[in-house]
Design a protein around this ligand. Structure first.
Ligand SMILES: NC(=O)c1ccc[n+]([C@@H]2O[C@H](COP(=O)([O-])OP(=O)(O)OC[C@H]3O[C@@H](n4cnc5c(N)ncnc54)[C@H](OP(=O)(O)O)[C@@H]3O)[C@@H](O)[C@H]2O)c1
Length: 244
């Protein structure tokens, strides 16, 4: 049961990895947290784990690569809660599997752009309409330093040729989504930012990464709970601004 002044958050891809930890940390702050997952069985199991820690979480079905699922999710939030305070666009894929920007198949660029950039744009628009009603909102796009144009242009030729070009392109596009929405929504007390969680031990990055998922969740959670005078239209890592 949601209390009248309790904030409501939706996190996509919250059934594992960084999204799961963002859900845990938002739940621990007393925020009613909708744990988005595309697979209901996985989503219910993950929500049950956090509910067992006495956190106010629930499974919420959403596939960010499916436009119907996105609109259906926004409609369900409107019907059930009549509002949304926080959206974390966390769900992501890294489909490249190695290869240069000259070789990676078009289908992999397409898949990365749909899941990592178009889905977050469409979901943010649908959720921002709910946020506009209450003149309050926080949208956090989980991006990556790999999507930084500054980092891309400073990369060595070898690195540029081998490092996940479809993923990089999609995260650069996601950063553009952040910038465009932040401008559009600035008069509605809706703050929109990109976060790089750092290199985090998850299924996506592997065991050699230095940060735990809980550490990776820190900057996203900070941005999701910013005060009204907090930044908007920025890109942050370890709670510090980094270049686009
Ligand atoms: N790990 C890192 O070092 C790192 C660094 C920078 C940025 N990031 C970003 O952080 C975010 C989380 O990554 P992670 O490391 O936690 O990855 P992960 O362990 O691979 O988890 C990815 C999550 O996204 C979900 N997902 C994928 N496609 C989806 C879709 N179409 N609809 C709904 N959910 C979908 C997955 O669901 P399923 O379980 O159903 O597949 C899973 O819950 C991603 O955006 C990633 O790009 C990660």
């Amino acid at each position: 049961m949601v209390k009248p002044n309790q904030k409501i958050a939706l996190i996509t891809g919250a059934n594992r990895g960084i999204g799961f930890e963002i859900a845990r940390q938002l739940g621990a702050r007393g925020i009613h947290t909708l744990m988005g997952a595309r697979d209901p069985a996985k989503g219910r199991a993950s929500a049950a784990r956090l509910a067992a820690e006495n956190l106010g979480v629930e499974f919420f079905h959403i596939d960010v690569a499916d436009r119907t699922s996105i609109q259906d999710a926004a409609d369900r939030i409107d019907r059930q809660f009549s509002r949304l305070d926080i959206l974390v666009n966390n769900a992501g894929i890294a489909p490249d599997g190695g290869g240069s920007v000259m070789d990676v198949p078009a289908e992999k660029f397409e898949a990365a752009l749909i899941t990592n950039a178009l889905g977050p744009l469409l979901l943010s628009r649908a959720c921002a309409r709910l946020m506009q009603r209450n003149q309050y909102g926080r949208i956090v796009n989980i991006s990556s330093t790999l999507g930084s144009l500054t980092a891309m242009s400073a990369a060595s030729a070898e690195e540029a040729a081998t490092k996940v070009p479809a993923y990089r392109l999609s995260k650069a596009a996601l950063n553009a989504v952040t910038t465009l929405l932040a401008m559009e929504l600035k008069n509605f007390r809706i703050l929109v930012n990109s976060a790089c969680p750092g290199w985090v031990r998850t299924d996506m990055s592997g065991e050699q990464a230095p940060l735990s998922p809980a550490e990776g969740a820190d900057t996203p959670v900070w941005l999701a709970t910013l005060p009204d005078d907090g930044p908007s239209g920025g890109f942050f890592r370890e709670r510090k601004a980094i270049p686009w």
